[in-house]
Design a protein around this ligand. Sequence first.
Ligand code: MN
Length: 324
Amino acid sequence: MERTESMLAQTRPPGVADVDPGSVLLPGHDVPLGRYTTVRRLLPQRPRRMVGAWCFVDHFGPDDVAQRPGMEVPPHPHTGLQTVTWLLEGEILHRDSLGNVQPIRPGQLNVMTSGNGIAHSERSPAVHPPVMHGVQLWVALPDPARAGAADFAHHADLPRWRDGELDLTLLVGEFGGRRSPAVVHTPLVGVQLELGGEAPTTLSLRPDFEYAVLAMSGSAEAAGVGFEPGALLYLGTGRRELTVRGGSGARLLLLGGTPFEEPLVMWWNFVGRSHEEILAAREDWMAGDARFGVVADDPAPPLPAPALPTTRLKARDRTGGLHG
Ligand code: MN
């Protein structure tokens, strides 16, 4: 997906409130994406910018796209990150500059690794299901992966199991003794929890991870806090377990990882460490440099990068603290 200029104008969302010691309910805010889609952005926020290496969380839909184009995001670049795409409903066609042309459907996972540079487009096919609903997440890459080769993987067969009232699907990392086939570069987890009944289920967590839970559909309660789609429940570190309960059919996404300590510069579709890195990425993209390659057969021209702000871009750490 593409980040828009409104990202830069992000303000602290209203109503941020501490709900119990160590957890914070963070409301998302709406951001336009491409020409036809609005997403709810849950990360980054101020002052909570990351959960582990997860540095960007967009939740879109459920949207009725029966008589509409659906998602229309033309070719655009990425650096320094992985994109993780997961659908609850609908279909999106991914095209990238490595030559991959891959439809993604519910229950499947796309993981694109930008390394030093990649370009892709994401579109609803001309004939598409009537409802679109899903998430796109970014994972910040550490050294040396962020300077490495680009990659794309489609995972149609993910670990699935039942625990108490929960049906779990493991997108990324290790959880409940299972391991996802998706390649990541820092200790990280992403697992979908689908609630089957009202009774609580307690899951084991790693105290060295920080965690957050996103409600994708239905209402639920985690760590004693009720929440609904549009909010991210940040749980912090030091927890050994998490109790989840809620309405049948509710779907949550549990995200976690070891705290990512490096300050990042995030601007448009680039994740870097300094103003100079972002400037170079922007110039390379606008010059058509081979660093990003070409997305073949996309019906639209590549997106131009927005203008850089007139002041230097500064790195921010995971809690929003400025560096440099
Ligand atoms: Mn993208």
